[in-house]
Design a protein around this ligand. Structure first.
Ligand code: APR
Length: 234
């Protein structure tokens, strides 16, 4: 087995659950409260933009009241102290990884705290509501939408992600159900390229069988313990 130098960590909603941010598919999760077709597709935005903007305005303001938890902090520590390659590929649109101090973070599904102008394509840091159609800071057009990847849209920075998967020796998946592609396929990509694979999740995910090892429990417990073990190797 090749030594572990380069690590790719995929995170999902489960890593932010203990910060009080709803996951999507757990009991009482977002997709039980709202129909995906009504709030998370380009068609929904064309059909009823107010409903979609209100949904993301609610989530954008809620995220700003939440704090990173022990799992976010442990990953930020690993990012700071791991002397080799490391990339946190997050499906989450919250900024809790960064607020915990992590630097090597890639948001493949976008970010709540950005607005995307559909007139000039600029992305601007944004923390206020979009429902009242504020002007784009770059072009002045009232054409801003949430900078979130909706179902049917291409995730961001896929080339960088596949480059990192090609170079990784260890692929770790944290707090994700394995229900949504292309993220759910990363474990097989990494395996096929000879990397070791580890799942850290509250319960077995839909892709558990593809992992060499699975550790199940709350992220605030299993992630700090795993990071401790990794840094003991350095
Ligand atoms: N600690 C660890 N794992 C947890 C915790 C916790 N405290 N709470 C829940 N989980 C696990 C659940 O067991 C589940 O496997 O986190 C996972 C959350 O799964 P989903 O709700 O499906 O969220 P995610 O996998 O991130 O969704 C993927 O789907 O809706 C789209 O774009 C959205 O990025 C999202 C994508």
């Amino acid at each position: 087995m090749r030594p572990i130098r380069n690590i790719v960590i995929l995170t999902g909603a489960g890593v932010s659950a203990e910060s009080g941010i709803d996951t999507f598919r757990d009991a009482g999760g977002l997709w039980e409260q709202h129909r995906v077709e009504d709030v998370a597709t380009p068609e929904a935005f064309a059909r009823d933009p107010d409903l979609v903007l209100r949904f993301y305005d609610m989530r954008r303001s809620a995220v700003q009241e939440k704090e990173p938890n022990a799992a976010h902090r442990a990953l930020a520590r690993l990012d700071a102290e791991w002397p080799h390659g490391l990339l946190i590929v997050t499906q989450n649109v919250d900024d809790l990884h960064e607020r915990a101090g992590a630097k090597r973070v890639l948001h493949m599904h976008g970010e709540h705290l950005n607005a995307w102008c559909t007139a000039c394509d600029a992305r601007s840091p944004w923390s206020a509501p979009l429902l009242d159609r504020p002007p784009c800071p770059a072009c002045g057009e009232r054409a801003l939408r949430p900078d979130v990847v909706w179902f049917g849209e291409m995730p961001y920075r896929m080339d960088e992600i596949y480059d990192a998967l090609r170079a990784c020796d260890l692929f770790v998946s944290i707090g994700t159900s394995g229900a949504v592609y292309p993220a759910a396929g990363f474990v097989r990509n990494a395996r096929d390229l000879g990397a070791r694979t580890l799942e850290l999740n509250l319960e077995p995910s839909q892709g558990s069988l593809w992992f060499d090892e699975c550790r199940h429990g709350p992220a605030t417990e299993v992630v700090p313990a795993w990071v401790e073990g990794m840094l003991a190797r350095v």
